[in-house]
Ligand binder design. Structure first.
Ligand SMILES: C[S@@+](CC[C@H](N)C(=O)[O-])C[C@H]1O[C@@H](n2cnc3c(N)ncnc32)[C@H](O)[C@@H]1O
Length: 180
């Protein structure tokens, strides 16, 4: 059985190509950005609000001899200020920086705003993959708000899937959205 992040990545692998416009909306320590950079030739956009995330990610990418990236120190809800193109692959891995300050976590309002605006910029062949962490209190609110939003998206227009462990207490889970 695939773990949550492996499943999220397998969805991306089914869509990504050399020309894909990819956005990592939550850079963190850069592992997801590295994954995206390794599967496309375009510059991957990657956002975080913490300088520490940019430092860690830049080091990881340089150590792996990766050069196709743009690291941006800003709230992901402002992504449209930096990206003109339509988005083919959008990844949100919500929550706080692993091994960092747990009080600096993604927030329901800005997360919802970023998900809504990224959906408006999604290309016809694109996919948005969201990894949600309802095991902490802000993550719980965030996951509920995002799920409420994606549940009301038209089934004629979008495929929305949820990949979840149903026998665990508030486990992380994946939501993915694509055009039908
Ligand atoms: C779970 S981590 C992401 C893991 C990461 N993708 C990786 O591969 O290591 C979540 C990150 O989101 C960042 N973050 C929190 N709020 C944010 C916001 N509004 N905009 C962009 N990044 C944010 C945190 O600083 C943290 O680094």
């Amino acid at each position: 059985m695939e773990l949550i992040l492996d499943f999220a990545k397998s969805l991306i692998l089914s869509k990504i190509n050399d020309d894909s416009i990819c956005v990592d909306f939550t850079m963190g320590n850069g592992f997801d950005t590295l994954f995206l950079c390794n599967h496309t030739k375009t510059n991957v956009y990657s956002f975080d609000i913490q300088q520490q995330a940019l430092n860690n990610t830049e080091k990881l990418l340089n150590d792996n001899n990766i050069h196709n990236y743009k690291l941006i120190l800003d709230n992901h809800s402002n992504f449209a200020n930096y990206i003109d193109e339509q988005i083919d692959i959008g990844l949100f891995n919500f929550g706080y920086l692993p091994n960092g300050d747990k009080t600096i976590t993604t927030q329901t309002n800005t997360s919802l705003k970023a998900v809504k605006s990224s959906l408006e910029k999604l290309s016809k062949e694109g996919i948005l993959v969201l990894v949600l962490y309802p095991g902490h209190s802000e993550g719980f609110k965030e996951a509920n708000a995002i799920e409420e939003f994606v549940r009301q998206l038209s089934g004629n227009k979008y495929n929305v899937i949820k990949y979840d462990f149903i026998n665990k207490n508030h486990p992380p889970y994946v939501i993915a959205i694509e055009y039908r």
